[in-house]
Design a protein around this ligand. Structure first.
Ligand code: SAH
Length: 267
C-alpha cells in the first residue's frame, strides 16, 4: 500500500511562476481547476526547485491508489490530485498526509481519509456531468475538503462551529486565493440560508437525524451527502444520500462510516 511513500521533507514543485503548480498567482481559480469534461491530467512543465515539500509524485500515487480502490469519477480524482493535503495538517504529520488515513487536526477533530472524501464527493456529483453550482459544506475543519470542493463547484460555502478551526482553515486556504470559497463561522445545523438553494450539501459530522434546514435549502435536483446515525451509539453511522425530486426527498443508505459528532452551538 505504502510502497511509494516519500521521504519527507523533500521539495515543493513550483510552476514557472514560482508558485506551486495549480495555484499560480494571478490565475483565476477557474484557470487552475481541472477540466470537468475530460479525464484527470497531471500538470506538465519542468519542476522548479524551491522550498518545502514535493507532493506531486505522492499526490499522483494517492490518486492511483484511490482509483484502484474503485473511485472512478475523473473530476473527483483530478480534484484530489490537485490539492496539497500536506498543507492542511500539522507539520508533525506531513509524512502521513498522502496516506489514505484520517489525521487529527486539533480540538479532537479529524481530517477525513482521502478515500472517504472521494467517495462522498463522487456521491455528491452523481448525475452531474459538469461543475456543480453552489455547494454547502458543514464542518470546514482544516479546510481540506473545501479546497477539493473548490475544483468541483462554482461556489462553496463552508461552515465550522469551532472558532479556532475556522481561523486555521482561513489561514490554510489563503495561499490558494479562492474567491469562490466562503468560510463561515457558526452552527451548521441551521445551514446557510443566504447561499440557498444548493446543488449539493455535504456534511463532515454526523448526527442522529438530518437537520430540517439542510433539506429545505437543497435545490430541486440537488443532492445531500452526510453521515447519519443508523442505530444506537455513534459507532453505527452510515452515509446517507438524499436527492430532492419533484415528488419529494429520496433517501438512500450506503456503507458504514465513522465521523465526528455533529454538535450544536459554537465554541
Ligand atoms: N471537512 C473537514 C473535516 C472536518 S471534521 C476537513 O477537510 O478537514 C468535522 C468538522 O465538523 C469538525 O471541525 C467539527 O468541529 C465540525 N462540526 C461539528 N458539528 C458542527 C456544526 N453543527 N456546525 C459546523 N461544524 C460542525
Amino acid at each position: 500500500m505504502n510502497r511509494a511513500r516519500p521521504s519527507f521533507p523533500a521539495r515543493l514543485d513550483l510552476g514557472p511562476t514560482g508558485h506551486p503548480i495549480g495555484t499560480a498567482r494571478g490565475a483565476s481559480p477557474a484557470a487552475s481547476r481541472p477540466d470537468v469534461q475530460g479525464g484527470w491530467q497531471w500538470p506538465s512543465g519542468p519542476p522548479v526547485r524551491g522550498l518545502g515539500l514535493d507532493s506531486a509524485a505522492v499526490r499522483r500515487q494517492l490518486v492511483l491508489n484511490l482509483e484502484r480502490q474503485g473511485l472512478s469519477d475523473p473530476v473527483v480524482l483530478a480534484a484530489l490530485g490537485a490539492v496539497e493535503r500536506h498543507r492542511f495538517v500539522d507539520s508533525a504529520l506531513v509524512n502521513q498526509a498522502y496516506e489514505d488515513t484520517s489525521l487529527p487536526i486539533g480540538l479532537a477533530q479529524t481530517i477525513s481519509k482521502p478515500s472517504v472524501v472521494g467517495r462522498m464527493l463522487a456521491l455528491l456529483r452523481q448525475g452531474c456531468d459538469g461543475r456543480l453550482g453552489r455547494v454547502l459544506e458543514i464542518g470546514t475543519g482544516c479546510g481540506y475538503q473545501a479546497a477539493v470542493l473548490s475544483h468541483l463547484a462554482t461556489e462553496v460555502y463552508s461552515i465550522e462551529r469551532l472558532r479556532a478551526l475556522h481561523d486555521r482553515a482561513r489561514q490554510n486556504l489563503r495561499h490558494l486565493k479562492l474567491g469562490h470559497v466562503h468560510l463561515l463561522f457558526g452552527d451548521g445545523r441551521a445551514g446557510y440560508a443566504r447561499g440557498a438553494p444548493y446543488a449539493g450539501i455535504i456534511a463532515a459530522a454526523g448526527g442522529e437525524a438530518l437537520p430540517q434546514a439542510w433539506l429545505e435549502q437543497l435545490d430541486l435536483g440537488g443532492r445531500l451527502v452526510a453521515p447519519v446515525q443508523t442505530g444506537v451509539g455513534a459507532a453505527t453511522q452510515a452515509l446517507v444520500v438524499v436527492e430532492r425530486t419533484r415528488s419529494g426527498f429520496q433517501r438512500s443508505l450506503f456503507e458504514a462510516v465513522h465521523f465526528v459528532p455533529l454538535k450544536s452551538g459554537t465554541d
